[in-house]
Structure formats: structure tokens, C-alpha cells
Ligand binder design. Structure first.
Ligand SMILES: O=P(O)(O)OC[C@H]1O[C@H](OP(=O)(O)OP(=O)(O)O)[C@H](O)[C@@H]1O
Ligand SMILES: NC(=O)CC[C@H](N)C(=O)O
Ligand SMILES: [Mg+2]
Length: 598
């Protein structure tokens, strides 16, 4: 029991104000094609070079098994409410890199579940394989990985934020001229259309032909185009051999490319004759970490979205790639670095709340410590509510550190009242809201032994659509809870993320246009507190005071790259990324002043 003045009182919702399924928008057929059966039918879509049959068959097998009703614990293709991409590049001195890339990608699987891809090389031949599906289904250890020969390589797991979700838009992307470049990208460009029209239209840009609607393909072609220009400039003004200058061309291109791109990009490339090339946008929005291990033949290198990928393959964290920096690991294994443009570290704060694994250290901040810090600050706000709390229960897994810390601060018992089915992954795409709700119930089960007759505080890392929380509140009441209070370790999500996190469209956010009290009613709870934005930012700054500004746009609407083009935001909303990619839009049925904006 916590003493203190009473806060949000009696905001439990009448039944008709709970979350309901919105009528299906007209894009229903497109969404239906994302459904389980449709995915099975669409499964044979591996895109590869070098070899086909085995990896393709494995990818298809995985998809069909997952799609079979009742098969493998109903383990259908998974969709979390917010997701992004994971990237990794490894330079080994000898042996085969594919198994290490595979292990690294497994550690990054939480970042993207639509497709996985890899390219490996001995700097003579490049071998590539990519397909839709999870890492374990796309790559077959016996066959695919064996055929991916070479001691250097890059790997990607994708959750699309631009373009489609077909295997053809899975990464890596490739251009054969100049040099031969494979690229993987985590992030999202906000001036893709402008860049695309320059590439395809303007004579000064050598008229490149783009095959897909992916922003990453545009980025690769801008890079290639700038290398081409650097080469041409050299040929016009020098008599030396341009073959000796490839690395210089790439570094020069890096500078010009970063001046042209807007948005977020952490990228890794293989560039023939130059090496493994990694770079990060001037705001350092998406993470990118460098690691190393020593071998009898010299240093071996890894670059990845998160350093949690390093442990299983025995690399150690060296440092983050700096905002605006380009790193090159030469074919001989030498590390070169250039600051292409001035950088300022403005990392995405959502990485620490939900996206990244707690065992990662990003921008010198331990994700786990960040989440503990969120708990410390949240506890103060909870205390002010004066709620009569018997037990604190986290919504597993992401909110455990915050909940542990809330309990430590407030002297309350911590209980695991929601048991997670480990054979069901993160949130599913489902053809309607009823099935989405079902997926929450399949994933989490409330234990009456914890809830019976008690007043409970449930803590989650974030509330996005509210689907998860609304279901849990109902479950917990059915399990006998006397009162159900809610706390979110992050502030209400109200604005789209344009930097590589595929979030539902604005109209899907449960907090869109509603006060906290109205959200509380919509979720059917007895009280609700959100973390304050100032406390969220202060948590990060306390752990790394050199970060003067985080990207917290999904909470504040302020974008660190400057005002994002209104047209782009409107198109994002219209395209229904998020909304159309997932079915069963949840909305809150409230009328009057607090009703959500259309
Ligand atoms: O309000 P919503 O739209 O329901 O989204 C919010 C929920 O989504 C995430 O969990 P998720 O199920 O993705 O994965 P987790 O099991 O790793 O927490 C997040 O941790 C919240 O629990
Ligand atoms: N989530 C991401 O980082 C996505 C990368 C890229 N924008 C794509 O859609 O493929
Ligand atoms: Mg969750």
C-alpha cells in the first residue's frame, strides 16, 4: 500500500468504451494477402544468386509449416506492433564466415522478421541468398550455409518501412557498377522520392534504373553514383591509375552521399577491391557498433546493429560507429576511418524502451540500465497516485527491468502473474481484431493464484495500439483481480516514426487525441500513468550526458533531422504503412472533445 494523495480515480470504462475492431478499410484484400494462408501460397519467393533449390525449399517449408492450422503451436508469421531491421558484417582472416553471420543474425532476429539475407565473399566471388521468413527458416545449415563460401560477409533481417515486403526487396541489394557493391540498411530515408527522381530523371545522374520501391535501393544507387562521379573527376584531372584510388573514391562518395540523404541510415556494404564498408547517418539515429577479436593472423572485425550479437561469436565491443563516420575494413584487414560530415549524436530513444535487447550497449548506454532507470522515475509518479497496490506484475518480457525497479523503489512485492508461452513469438498479424486479441491470449496467461482478490499494478514498456493492454486488463480481472492499475514505462505514443521503425499509422495509436484518463477508460483499467517525456529524456542523459538530444519524435512529434516534409508524413498516413500491413485496426469508441482525430 502506498501512501499519497489520490490521483486518477475511477476511470474504469463502461464495456461499450473498450477497444473494438474498426470496420475494415477498403484495402482489405491487400491486407488479406498478408494473412497466414496467403503467406503460405506466396511463400516460394526466395531471391538468390548462385544457387536456388535447397534454400528456397527450406524457406518455403518453414513458411508452410508455420501456416498450417494447428501446426507447430500455431506458430504463424509474427508481427510485432513496432519493428525495424538488423544488420551485421564480419571480416574473418580465413575460414567460412556464413555460420558466424547466421549466429549473429539469430541474435538480431528481434529487429526484423519479414526476410533474411546474406552475401559472402573471398573478394573474388560473391555468393548471395535472401528470402522471406525467419533466419532459422531461410538458412539451412547443411546446405545454404555451406554454399555461402568466403571469409567476409554481411547479413540482414528486415521489417520493411518503405517499399513492399516481397523477397525481391529483401536485402542485401546489389549494383555491379562501379566496382560491385552489396548494401544492407537499417533506417529509413525521408527524401526518397526526391532522390529517386534525381537518379531516374536527371542526365547529370547517369540515369540509373531502379528495380524496386525500396528506399535502401535508392540509397545504394546514390552511393554508387557518387563513387562513379569521384572516379570521373579523378580521370579528368589526373594521369594516375584510378585502380589505386578506389578507397579514396569511396570515402569521397561517402561525404557527398551524406550531404544528399535525409533520414536515418546505418549501413554495411561489401565493395569489391575496397573492403567491408560501414557508415552511420550524421545524427546516429539507428545504432551501429564495432567489435573485434584477435586471431593468430591478426585482428578480425564485426559491425552490427547491436553488440548482443558479438557474444556467441566471441567478438568484443570496441566502440559505436560515430554519427557521420565511415569505416572501411580493407581486404587485408586494416581498419580505416573517416568523418565524412560533422555529426551530432541523436539516437532513437525507442531503441532503449523496446527495440533493442537488454543485453546490448548502444551509444555507451546499457539498454538494461536504461530500463531500470525508467523504473526509478516511473516509481515516483506511481507513488503520487496513492494507489492501494498489493502486487506489481510486469507484462513480459520487455517491462521486467522497469517493474523490478518500481518494486525496489516503492517496497512492493514483484510477482510474475502473466505466463508467456515461449513457443509463440512476438505479436502476430491477424486478419481481424478478434484474432489479434486471441493472439495476446495465446501468448499470455493470467494466473489466478497471483491475482485473486488483489489490487494489482501492471507495468508494460509501451502502449501503442492498446490491444495488448486491453486484453491483459480483461484477463487479469477474470483471474480475480480486485483493482487493476496500469503504468507505462514510456510516454504515450502519438506520432509516426519516420526513421526506420514501422509503427502503426497515427490514427491507430490508442493515445491519439485522447487524454490519459480517456485512454485509461478505453483500456478498462482503474488507473493509468505514463512516463513523462522529460523523465524519459533525463533517464538517457543521466547514462550518457554527452547526448544532448535524443530522437523521441514518436512521443513529441519533433524530428531530429528538422521538420519532416508534410507531404511525406501525409503520404505515410495515406499509404497506411502499419495500418494496411496489419489488419484489425483497433480504435477507441469515445465521442466528444477527446475523440481521436480521424
Ligand atoms: O499497444 P500494442 O499495440 O498492443 O503494443 C504494445 C505492446 O507491444 C510490444 O510487445 P510485443 O508483443 O511486440 O513483444 P514482447 O513480447 O517482446 O513484449 C510492447 O512490449 C507492448 O507490450
Ligand atoms: N526497418 C528498417 O530499417 C527498414 C530498412 C528499409 N527502409 C526497408 O524498408 O527495407
Ligand atoms: Mg510487450
Amino acid at each position: 500500500m502506498i501512501a499519497g494523495p489520490r490521483g486518477l480515480a475511477g476511470c474504469r470504462a463502461p464495456a461499450q468504451q473498450r477497444l473494438v475492431a474498426a470496420p475494415r478499410p477498403s484495402a482489405a484484400p491487400a491486407r488479406a494477402s498478408r494473412g497466414i494462408a496467403a503467406r503460405a501460397a506466396a511463400a516460394p519467393r526466395a531471391a538468390c544468386s548462385g544457387f536456388v533449390a535447397s534454400g528456397w525449399a527450406s524457406a518455403v517449408r518453414g513458411q508452410v509449416e508455420r501456416s498450417r492450422p494447428g501446426g507447430r503451436a500455431g506458430d504463424a508469421p509474427k508481427r510485432a506492433p513496432v519493428r525495424m531491421c538488423g544488420i551485421i558484417g564480419i571480416y574473418k582472416r580465413d575460414g567460412q564466415v556464413s555460420v558466424e553471420l547466421y549466429e549473429g543474425l539469430l541474435m538480431l532476429q528481434h529487429r526484423g522478421q519479414d526476410s533474411a539475407g546474406m552475401v559472402t565473399t573471398d573478394w573474388e566471388k560473391f555468393r548471395e541468398f535472401k528470402a522471406n521468413g525467419l533466419v532459422k527458416d531461410v538458412f539451412d545449415e547443411q546446405v545454404t550455409l555451406n554454399k555461402l563460401k568466403g571469409h567476409v560477409g554481411i547479413g540482414h533481417v528486415r521489417y520493411p518501412t518503405a517499399g513492399g515486403a516481397s523477397a525481391g526487396e529483401a536485402q542485401p541489394f546489389f549494383v555491379n557498377s562501379p566496382l560491385g557493391i552489396y548494401l544492407i540498411h537499417n533506417g529509413n530515408l525521408t527524401n526518397t522520392d526526391h532522390l529517386r527522381s534525381m537518379l531516374e530523371g536527371s542526365k547529370s545522374f547517369f540515369n540509373r534504373h531502379l528495380k524496386t520501391s525500396s528506399d535502401s535501393e535508392v540509397l545504394l544507387n546514390i552511393f554508387a553514383d557518387e563513387i562513379h562521379r569521384a572516379h570521373q573527376k579523378f580521370v579528368q584531372s589526373n594521369s594516375g591509375d584510378p585502380n589505386d584510388r578506389k578507397t579514396e573514391f569511396v570515402l569521397e562518395a561517402g561525404e557527398r552521399m551524406m550531404q544528399a540523404l535525409e533520414g536515418a541510415y546505418s549501413c554495411i556494404c561489401l565493395v569489391k577491391g575496397v573492403g567491408l564498408v560501414a557508415f552511420r547517418d550524421p545524427h546516429g539515429i539507428r545504432p551501429l557498433v564495432l567489435g573485434r577479436r584477435t586471431s593468430p593472423h591478426g585482428d578480425e572485425w564485426v559491425v552490427a546493429s547491436e553488440d548482443c550479437a558479438f557474444g556467441p561469436i566471441a567478438y568484443e565491443r570496441v566502440r559505436d560507429v560515430k554519427p557521420g563516420e565511415m569505416i572501411i575494413i580493407t581486404p587485408e584487414g586494416r581498419l580505416l576511418s573517416q568523418q565524412c560530415v560533422p555529426g551530432a549524436l541523436n539516437p532513437c530513444i525507442f531503441e532503449y524502451i523496446y527495440l533493442a535487447r537488454p543485453d546490448s550497449v548502444l551509444n555507451d548506454i546499457s539498454v538494461y540500465n536504461f530500463q531500470l532507470g525508467l523504473g526509478t522515475r516511473l516509481a515516483k509518479k506511481i507513488k503520487r497516485q496513492g494507489w492501494d497496490i498489493d502486487v506489481v506484475v510486469p507484462v513480459p518480457d520487455g517491462s521486467r527491468p522497469a517493474a523490478i525497479q518500481v518494486c525496489a523503489e516503492l517496497g512492493l512485492p514483484y510477482r510474475e502473474g502473466l505466463v508467456k508461452n515461449r513457443y509463440v513469438g512476438r505479436t502476430f498479424i491477424m486478419p481481424d481484431q478478434r484474432m489479434r486479441e486471441m493472439s495476446v491470449r495465446r501468448k499470455l496467461n493470467a494466473m489466478p493464484v497471483v491475482f485473486e482478490g488483489r489490487s494489482v499494478l501492471l507495468i508494460d514498456d509501451s502502449i501503442v495500439r492498446g490491444t495488448t493492454m486491453a486484453q491483459i486488463v480483461d484477463m487479469v480481472r477474470r483471474a480475480g483481480a480486485r483493482k487493476v492499475y496500469l503504468a507505462s514505462a514510456s510516454p504515450p505514443v502519438k506520432f509516426p516514426n519516420v526513421y526506420g521503425v514501422d509503427m502503426p499509422s497515427k490514427r491507430e495509436f490508442v493515445a491519439n487525441g485522447l487524454s490519459d484518463e480517456e485512454v485509461c477508460q478505453a483500456l478498462g483499467a482503474d488507473g493509468l500513468v505514463y512516463q513523462d517525456v522529460d523523465d524519459l529524456i533525463a533517464t538517457g542523459r543521466a547514462l550518457n550526458p554527452s547526448i544532448t538530444e535524443f530522437d523521441a519524435a514518436c512521443f513529441t512529434g519533433q524530428y531530429v533531422t528538422g521538420d519532416v516534409d508534410e507531404g511525406y508524413l501525409a503520404a505515410l498516413e495515406l499509404s497506411g504503412r502499419g495500418a494496411n500491413r496489419r489488419s484489425g485496426v483497433a480504435k477507441v469508441e469515445l465521442t466528444g472533445a477527446g475523440a481521436p482525430a480521424a
